[in-house]
Design a protein around this ligand. Structure first.
Ligand code: VTB
Length: 329
């Protein structure tokens, strides 16, 4: 008898990707009911409640490692919260509504996202900013990096893609802190796609440049969103680097408490996601990759991406929900 029999089973084997899709579908529908109503908090809360209910019903012993915030700031889905009715031990990285402002204004690319991985395999980061650079699959490892200038990165990427640099588009959060970065990128001839929020979507968009028109994601966004984006890239292929922005003693302490001792460290994809992962995203509002939730008189339709790094499957799932849980309003 091979010793494999005694090897602990992969916890992800006991989870069906479709179960994970249901979690983001439920949250996306809940948020979409409040789409365009100008109330960010209400939309976020609805998504949180829906996601939490779904996760509690699952046969997992889940620990939130990327969530709504640190325990003092977030009453639900906070980092460290235990979810599920018991079962396999997993890490959960989630954002029930990525892009609360986008949803409140009914602008493109609001998502509900989750990543599930074996316990202890996702990087736990404080809720601080992270400088990020990400590209999609098909490039040699290290073609871009945070240790290089925007010009060096864009020229290297253009070169690897076999196009002039003015055919490259970089996606960046529209924030005053990015004024210099935007200027530097435009000085190379490359284009900048500014987004109001939602840098998880921004990173995922680099994985399908033909569909989205985005080749590279650059700039400073949330660190938790960096880990979520890394989980997505772990499934699709692609590269991401992140550096925490620990510009105060208090932030350095918070990072230190989580075991992140080197404030200057550049984290690679495999530092942020140390094993296999199942990732799901459902569109709340229409976007480049996913359509938003559609409401009809007798059904609700959702559009999701469900990916599994172990099998290398990327499922593009359109689901009709005929059951009353989804369309009772
Ligand atoms: C990003 C973005 C989020 O926060 O991480 C951003 O992905 C960063 O923070 O959707 P600032 O808004 O302070 O720039 C969000 O916009 C909101 O969580």
């Amino acid at each position: 008898m091979g010793s494999d029999v005694f090897k602990e089973a992969d916890p992800l084997d006991r989870i069906l990707p479709v179960e994970i899709a249901r979690v983001t579908e439920r949250a996306a529908v809940a948020a979409a009911m409040l789409r365009g109503r100008g109330d960010e908090r209400a939309a976020d809360q609805a998504a949180v409640d829906a996601m939490r209910d779904e996760l509690h019903a699952m046969a997992i012993e889940g620990t939130v490692v990327v969530g709504e915030g640190e325990p003092d700031d977030a009453p639900m889905l906070f980092v460290g919260e235990r979810l599920g009715r018991g079962g396999v031990a997993v890490d959960l990285a989630l954002d029930p509504l990525e892009g609360t402002t986008i949803c409140a204004k009914s602008l493109p690319n609001a998502l509900s996202v989750i990543a599930v991985a074996a316990k202890g395999t996702l990087l736990v980061v404080p809720d601080v900013y992270m400088e990020k650079i990400a590209i999609g699959p098909g490039y040699a490892e290290g073609v871009v990096g945070l240790d290089r200038t925007p010009r060096e990165n864009l020229e290297a990427l253009a070169n690897a893609k076999g196009v002039p640099v003015d055919r490259i588009t970089a996606c960046i959060l529209d924030r005053p802190r990015h004024a210099k970065l935007i200027e530097d990128i435009r000085a190379t001839g490359a284009a900048v796609r500014l987004i109001g929020d939602g840098d998880v979507a921004g990173v995922i968009h680099t994985t399908d440049p033909e569909g989205t028109g985005i080749d590279i994601y650059m700039g400073i966004g949330g660190a938790p969103e960096g880990v979520l984006a890394a989980a997505a890239l772990r499934c699709t292929g692609g590269q991401i680097q992140g550096r925490l922005q620990l510009n105060s003693g208090e932030k350095r302490n918070r990072a230190d408490k989580l075991g992140l001792r080197d404030p200057e460290r550049v984290y690679s994809l495999s530092d942020m996601v140390r094993g296999e992962v199942i990732f799901a995203a459902s569109g709340v509002t229409d976007g480049n990759l996913l359509d938003g939730v559609r409401f009809y008189s007798n059904r609700v339709e959702t559009h999701s991406l469900v990916m599994d790094s172990r099998t290398g499957t990327l499922r593009d799932m359109r689901t009709r929900h005929l059951g009353s849980t989804f369309f009772e309003r």
